[in-house]
Ligand binder design. Structure first.
Ligand code: PEP
Ligand code: CO
Length: 454
């Protein structure tokens, strides 16, 4: 039974609904509690999208990344949209993530964990509850799982049924990803399957081709030597992640798994808490406290040592490897000033986290023409600073988190083709944050992996 906004209760036992007794930010104001309750009840009867042993497998791998033995590549759209739940777009997103992971694997010489921002990345935090145009104020658009982008009262009304539509699309997306991967699409013997049409004309083509061929050759060589197929190494996996912002949706698929004797959120492998909802006493942290998934928290400049220590205490009291990932996003300008103190703060807790750099969300700017963009050099600069600072402090940067697409969009400037502000109008498709296009994403992976000088 879903009741929203009970009185605050401190130190009450955790349940999938105990977040409701805490202050909760970024929650839509659903007009009809009966319809909300009905949608949540229906959602909770549907089969899960992921299963607990996959979730545990990811957690184990993230634990290895924490020790520097693996590297996490997490990426995808800022927000998925229902309209873009299409086979071609999903396949392209997989291809760019595969290509980037191949380049990282080759350069860093360690296994790469691939986690998509997909199959449920439908809810967005907003800076204001309402949007005003002229003398009309309507609720802000909060992502397709909450309401619709059009500026009419009907479209902006939060609709609980959209949670069901979102869940179905998330399941369709992950089902297609699984089928492609199982069907050999991601077989390392055949990186040519992942080629995108426009790679033919890319300035990066040759460098990428060499890496792909080198990996396929090494695999052939190793298999010839050992006399068999290396299944474990040549089969790749994908995991799903999203910002677990809309707590009624997350609550509905939170299950107790007797075999594991633990609770799991089974809408996704790795939910994360966004910057705007990471208050230690807030509803989101309360919800995350009780699930056993590996969880991420975005970390920004406004947080301090005490805040971080409190998050570690609440979210990872047992110091379980792979359980807690801190995704820092300070911006190229601020990372030097902010990150060292954060690393110290976590170290002082005596517990470990996986550190990941999101070089997107601290580097958003608006052009003179009013377009939201990000510069390739700032994105790269923040990643490079992150590697340097972690290393200098004896810490490990265990992964990167990008907003990207497998398409040829023009949303971020810079990169090998030198996109400028004037190019942004050509193919700007994101309704939220600007994403790296296919080439920019691949180039970034190549530079990080040391394949291209910078
Ligand atoms: C996001 O990842 O799209 C996002 C909103 O990030 P943050 O919470 O770091 O601002
Ligand atoms: Co974003």
């Amino acid at each position: 039974m879903l009741k929203l906004m009970d009185k605050p209760v401190s130190n009450a036992p955790w349940t999938p609904a105990s977040w409701q007794s805490r202050p909760v930010r970024q929650m839509p104001a659903y007009g009809d509690p009966v319809r909300l309750e009905r949608a949540v009840a229906e959602l909770s009867r549907l089969p899960p999208i992921v299963v607990s042993w996959e979730v545990e497998q990811l957690k184990q791998q993230l634990g290895e990344a924490q020790r520097g033995e693996r590297f996490l590549l997490q990426g995808g759209d800022c927000a998925e949209s229902f309209a873009e739940c299409e086979s071609d777009l999903i396949a392209k997103k997989l291809k760019i993530l595969l290509q980037m992971s191949l380049v990282l694997l080759h350069g860093m010489k360690k296994p790469v964990i691939r986690v998509g921002r997909f199959a449920g990345q439908y809810a967005k935090p907003r800076s204001a509850d309402g949007e005003t145009r002229g003398d009309v104020t309507l609720p802000s658009y909060r992502g397709d799982v909450v309401n619709r982008p059009g500026f009419t009262a009907a479209e902006r009304e939060p609709d609980p049924e959209l949670m069901l539509r979102g869940y179905e699309r998330a399941a369709l997306t992950l089902n297609f990803v699984r089928a492609l991967v199982d069907g050999g699409f991601a077989d390392l013997h055949h990186p040519e399957y992942w080629d995108l049409d426009f790679v033919q004309h890319s300035p990066l083509r040759e460098a990428y081709q060499q890496i792909a061929t080198s990996i396929a050759d090494s695999l052939d060589f190793f298999e010839a030597l050992s006399g068999g197929q290396i299944h474990e190494a040549s089969q790749v996996r994908f995991f799903a992640s999203h910002e677990a912002l809309l707590l009624p949706y997350e609550q509905a698929q939170t299950r107790f798994i007797p075999r594991q004797n633990r609770w799991y959120n089974l809408t996704t492998h790795m939910p994360w808490i966004g910057l705007r909802t990471a208050q230690p006493d807030g509803g989101h942290v309360e919800y995350f406290r009780g699930i056993s998934n590996p969880v991420g928290v975005k970390v920004g400049a406004a947080m301090d040592a005490a805040w971080l220590a409190e998050l570690v205490r609440i979210l990872n009291p047992g110091d379980e490897p792979g359980r807690l990932t801190f995704i820092h996003r300070f911006g190229a300008q601020q990372i030097e000033g902010c990150l060292p103190a954060m690393i110290e703060a976590v170290r002082a807790t005596g517990k470990s986290v996986l550190w990941v750099c999101d070089p997107m969300h601290g580097n958003t700017e608006t052009t003179a023409g009013g377009v939201k963009t990000r510069r390739f050099d700032n994105i790269l600069g923040e990643v490079q600073s992150a590697f340097r600072i972690h290393e200098a402090m004896g810490s490990v940067l265990g992964g990167v988190h990008f907003e990207l697409t497998g398409e040829d969009v023009t949303e971020c400037t810079g990169g090998a083709r030198g996109l400028a502000d004037v190019d942004l109008g050509r193919a700007y498709r994101s309704t939220v944050d600007p994403r790296l296009n296919y080439e920019q994403a691949l180039e970034l992976a190549m530079i990080i992996a040391g394949h291209r000088p910078r």
